[in-house]
Design a protein around this ligand. Sequence first.
Ligand code: PLP
Length: 439
Amino acid sequence: MQTAPNDLDSLWMPFTANRQFKSAPRLLVSADGMYYRNREGEKILDGSAGLWCVNAGHNRKPIVEAIQKQAATLDFAPPFQMGHPAAFELASRILDLVPRSYSEVFFCNSGSEAVDTALKIAIGYHRVRGEGARTRFIGRERGYHGVGFGGISVGGIVANRKLFGPMLAGVDHLRHTHDLARNAFSRGMPEHGAELADDLERLVTLHDASTIAAVIIEPMAGSTGVLIPPKNYLERVRAICDKHGILLIFDEVITGFGRLGASFAVEKFGVEPDMITMAKGLTNGCVPMAGVICRKGLYDAYCEATPENGVEFPHGYTYSAHPLACAAGLATLKLYQDEGLFERANSLAPYWEQAIHSLKGTRHVIDLRNLGMVAGVELEARAGKPGARAFDAFLKLYEAGILTRTTGDIIALSPPLIIEKAEIDRIVETIAEVLPRVD
Ligand SMILES: Cc1ncc(COP(=O)(O)O)c(C=O)c1O
């Protein structure tokens, strides 16, 4: 196995401090279960499920074998005007995980594409029904919806937006729900903030409902640093959308596939959006794949507006429902079911919560929050240097053998759902040991 690259300069790395990385590279060379192994041969406990995606743990045999078999059987099938059985099978297996009010799945290859796809479905849906003025989107401050122009437009993380010009026209944003003053150290869903949903009424008044196509939010905002929805907030957003004929999209790229101790946030919170975007855990991170789950009626509206042999939705990707991704997806969903991993996440969640909140009082920690098998450890920022302290913590945690993810001054934790209690203890004890050594 080649473990030492001959040249670090040729690769422009995504969302990475390239020069810092190349001065001291962190290279992973293999993985198994809960652990990575780096080039130095050290075992690294995966506290972030790769990048929120390896929910069943690494290099799981049934998934690996399914991909190998598929590659040797049908390497590629055109997804436009042609199909292959695994694509249909996977769509129906996914619908088994959501309420019966959902009836179609559209496949793509990344969360960013899933978001763009959902936004396009929303605008087109209104148009084919004769409401072509509904083109506006409402996102939310601090939201992350990937990096396509659609996603950064409805997203609300300034660093991801400010370089890229005007983006999509006609987008507005709800206020975010992060409220340290009232909710710091909440366990599970915070008590305060349901009324922030009423911000949507303000935007409806400003723009008029007849111009708004859809609202898109993460039911639990992950990439911005784990913002748990306040109690009754999602219900209220749903009710306001219903009142004004606005579609609601839940971006479940992180919250899907067991992360919150349920199949999707839809199941966890009992609130049903019109579309659910998914990616990551769909294939356990093994092969890029994503999709949009649609509520009954969306696809039908396109069909009603299109002649029988016409293309209803002029959209799709060369690699939509790629055979390798479908094989990986089918094997992943079976593994989740065979091992009861969503239920496992739900039953481990109280232990996780207890362990995370034991960090209260640790140096720099100004908030701890958790839901399902996710947690955020927020640190006080260094004066004038936002993000620097958490990045130092990330580096020291890695040196101590734990992989985490940081955004701003928040350490986000989301381990594979196969984690054992002793490994939860190790993550928390290592954070408790490392933070006092961070300036
Ligand atoms: C909620 C959400 N939406 C979209 C994306 C983008 O997914 P991708 O990186 O696969 O394009 C992410 C990635 O973290 C995400 O968390």
